[in-house]
Write a protein that binds this ligand. Structure first.
Ligand code: BJW
Length: 229
């Protein structure tokens, strides 16, 4: 059985990473809509760089939770038949042991040079304007996908949705496209669809089944069920 799992901020919530749209989901005092746009970066580059520098530094203090670990366990069991498409820019799936992870909204631990387009592994700050290690230009930005930009890996994702038997959405509000439309795409190709979320998402009605609760409980239970344990 080929499975595509879409994850969002809710899967990392129990690791202590704030979500975007929950009541306490303000990131360092910012609404994501105010800092996650090319226009915000153009007009207030220091504010945007500091927003991402703060989140990058915070990664060191968090750990994967049982939901990330369960998806890594599922990958060990079914290998290439699982693709995790994450909207998250943290590295908690990888740290839990997942390898088949596509970061459609980019990654905190990468910087993008807007001069030479090089993607550079990055762990430090960007607000202090370091030069690009490849071309030397002072033109590094967070390697993330802002509103109005095209998410990474769309061809690969659409191909996986077309070929999957089961689509599972975990911890995402369904407020942001194109990810919010994946459930309908997968269903249109004949996949069964399952939502695991704390509360019904905006697209909840499109799923064949919704299970409500914390990802740290629902995901391990679903993986156990799938693997017959
Ligand atoms: C738990 C839990 C627990 C909590 N357990 N669950 C009108 C219609 C359609 C589209 C558009 C439109 N107007 C504009 C658009 C396009 C736009 C868009 O969608 N806008 C909306 C506001 C309407 N989209 C874009 O611009 C995208 N690009 C695009 O469309 O390009 C065109 C194109 C596409 C495809 C092919 C070719 C061309 C780009 C979107 C980029 C989004 N970027 C961000 C920032 C990334 C960097 C960063 O992290 O800072 O991505 S915004 C932010 O939202 C971030 C997230 O990945 C994304 C989704 O958030 P997520 O993960 O769902 O988090 P929350 O907080 O919203 O929800 C958490 C959920 O977890 C909740 O449901 C909780 O209940 C739950 N939860 N605790 C289980 N313990």
């Amino acid at each position: 059985m080929r499975i595509v799992v879409l994850t969002g901020a809710g899967i990392s919530a129990e690791s202590g990473v704030p979500t975007f749209r929950d009541a306490d989901g303000l990131w360092a005092g910012h609404r994501v809509e105010d800092v996650a746009t090319p226009e915000a970066f153009e007009h207030q580059p220091e504010v945007v760089q500091r927003f991402y520098d703060t989140r990058r530094a915070a990664l060191a203090a968090v750990e994967p939770n049982p939901a990330h670990e369960a998806l890594a366990r599922l990958e060990r069991a079914i290998g290439d038949d699982l693709l995790v498409v994450t909207q998250n820019i943290d590295d908690l799936h990888e740290r839990a042991g997942s390898h088949r992870v596509l970061h459609m909204h980019g990654a905190l631990l990468s910087a993008l040079c807007v001069a030479c387009r090089e993607q550079v592994p990055w762990t430090g700050d960007l607000a202090d304007q370091p030069p690009c290690p490849r071309c030397g230009a002072v033109a590094l930005r967070p390697d993330v996908v802002w509103f109005g930009e095209i998410p990474y890996g769309m061809d690969h994702i659409l191909e996986a949705l077309e070929g999957c038997d089961l689509f599972v959405s975990i911890g995402t509000s369904g407020a942001v496209y194109p990810a919010a439309g994946f459930v309908q795409a997968a269903a249109s190709y004949g996949a069964r669809t399952l939502e695991l979320n704390l509360e019904p998402s905006e697209g909840s009605v499109y799923f064949d089944e919704s299970r409500l609760g914390p990802a740290g409980e629902l995901v391990p239970a679903w993986v156990d069920q799938l693997l017959g344990r």
